[in-house]
Design a protein around this ligand. Structure first.
Ligand code: 13P
Ligand code: SF4
Length: 364
C-alpha cells in the first residue's frame, strides 16, 4: 500500500490561519467590515466565494475575532471545516493530533472547538482547567458512536491482560478504559509501542485492516468505520486514475484497504498536506477524504490541481459561523464540555501516551 516508506517530512508547526483585523478605534464600522470582507475574499476567492458572500459573512467573522480577544479564547478547527471557519476565524487548523497538541499547550482561557465532540472532549481532557466550547453539541462521529466503555470492558474480560489501543475518534469514557490512544498520524508507532504480541484495537476495523500487514502483532478489532471514508470504492478510483494518470492519489487510512493499496501516500489529513508541500513537482492530486480538506488545500496550494470526488461529513458540517458566535456569547449547557474527574484521569493516561509518541507518520 502507499503507507509508510521513504522520507519522513519534518512536522511543521500547525499554521495560524487568521490575521484578524485589529479593530482600530479610528475606523468606522463600515471601514472595518470592508477590510474584513477584503481579507476573506483574498483567501476564499480561490474556492469560489464571491465578494458579496464575503461581505455577508464579514460581520460574523469580525465579531467572533473581536470576541476571541475579549474572552482570551482560541479557535481550533479541524481541516474538514468549511473555508469560512478555517480562513475566517480559526487560530489553528490541523488534524486530530495537531489540535490535541494545541489544546494541551494553549495559554488561552477558552477553547472554541470547531470540530466534532470527541475532539472537544480531548481538548478538555488535556486542558481540564479551561472552558471548552463545542458550537455544534450534536456533532458526533460514526466511529466514536460505534463503541461504548462497557463494550471495551467486555473485550478486556474476553482478552485478559491484552493491551488496548483506541483511535482518538472515541468518547472520553472509552479512552479512560484504554492503555493508549492513537491518531491516523501515529497509528503504527502506537501499536508497536505496546507490549506483547497482540492487542485490542478499537473501533476502526478499516484502519486496523490497513495496519495489520505492517505489524507482527495480532490486532483484535471492532466493527466500527467512518461513514465518509468507507464510501470510497476501488472502482471509482481506478476510473479516476485512468482519467488523470499524472495525479498522485492520497488516501486517508480510514479508507478500505483496496483503496489504500492504490494510494501513493496514505495517512492523516496533515500527512496529505505534508506530502503536497514536499512534492513541488506533482501538480495534480486525487484526494480520498472529506471535501473540506480539498477546499483547505486549494487555498493553501493555489498552483496545484485537485480532481476527483469527495464526501461530506455531516457531523463536521454542523459547525457554522452563527453557532460559533452564539456559543461564544451565550453558550447553552450542552455546548460546554464537562467530564468527571475519573474519566479525565483515565483518558489522560491514554492521551499522554499518544502525545509522548507524537507524530510518526512517514510520508513518501
Ligand atoms: P485526522 O485529521 O486526524 O487525519 O482525522 C480525520 C478524521 O476523520 C477526523 O474525524
Ligand atoms: Fe467521524 Fe468520519 Fe466524520 Fe471524521 S469524517 S468525524 S471519522 S464520521
Amino acid at each position: 500500500m502507499g503507507l509508510p516508506t521513504g522520507q519522513t517530512v519534518p512536522a511543521p508547526k500547525e499554521t495560524r490561519m487568521t490575521t484578524p483585523i485589529n479593530l482600530a478605534e479610528t475606523l468606522t464600522r463600515e471601514q472595518t467590515l470592508e477590510l474584513e470582507a477584503n481579507r476573506l475574499h483574498e483567501r476564499l476567492a480561490v474556492v469560489g466565494w464571491s465578494m458579496l458572500e464575503c461581505e455577508l459573512i464579514a460581520p460574523l467573522t469580525a465579531e467572533i475575532n473581536a470576541l476571541k480577544r475579549r474572552l482570551n479564547a482560541v479557535v481550533l478547527a479541524h481541516s474538514y471545516q468549511t473555508p469560512d471557519v478555517i480562513y475566517g476565524i480559526a487560530d489553528h487548523v490541523g488534524d486530530s493530533l495537531g489540535l490535541s497538541t494545541e489544546a494541551a499547550h494553549t495559554d488561552a482561557e477558552v477553547i472554541v472547538f470547531c470540530g466534532v465532540r470527541f475532539m472537544a472532549e480531548t481538548a478538555k481532557i488535556l486542558s481540564p482547567g479551561k472552558r471548552v466550547l463545542l458550537p455544534a453539541p450534536d456533532a458526533g462521529c460514526s466511529l466514536a458512536d460505534s463503541i461504548t466503555a462497557e463494550e471495551v470492558r467486555e473485550l478486556k474480560r474476553q482478552h485478559p491482560g491484552v493491551p488496548v489501543v483506541c483511535y482518538v475518534n472515541t468518547s472520553a469514557e472509552v479512552k479512560a478504559e484504554c492503555d493508549a490512544c492513537c491518531t491516523s498520524a501515529n497509528t503504527l508507532a502506537v501499536i508497536e509501542a505496546m507490549p506483547g504480541d497482540e492487542l485490542i484495537f478499537v473501533p476502526d476495523k478499516l484502519m486496523a485492516a490497513n495496519m495489520q500487514p505492517h505489524t507482527k502483532k495480532r490486532l483484535i478489532t471492532w466493527d466500527g468505520s467512518c461513514i465518509v471514508h468507507e464510501d470510497f470504492g476501488e472502482a471509482e478510483f481506478r476510473a479516476f486514475k485512468e482519467q488523470y494518470p499524472q495525479a498522485a492519489l492520497l488516501a486517508h487510512t480510514e479508507c478500505m484497504p483496496s483503496v489504500v493499496e492504490m494510494a501513493d501516500m496514505a495517512g492523516s489529513t496533515s500527512g496529505m498536506e505534508r506530502f503536497i508541500a514536499a512534492h513541488d513537482e506533482i501538480k495534480q492530486y486525487l484526494l480520498v477524504t472529506e471535501c473540506g480538506m480539498t477546499d483547505k488545500l486549494k487555498v493553501a496550494f493555489p498552483d496545484r490541481d485537485f480532481v476527483g470526488s469527495c464526501v461530506l461529513c455531516p457531523y463536521m458540517k454542523k459547525v457554522e459561523l452563527r453557532n460559533v458566535l452564539q456559543a461564544m456569547t451565550a453558550p447553552r449547557p450542552k455546548q460546554e464540555i464537562t467530564l468527571s474527574e475519573d474519566v479525565i484521569k483515565g483518558a489522560r493516561r491514554a492521551l499522554d501516551k499518544m502525545l509522548e509518541i507524537g507524530r510518526s507518520e512517514r510520508v513518501k
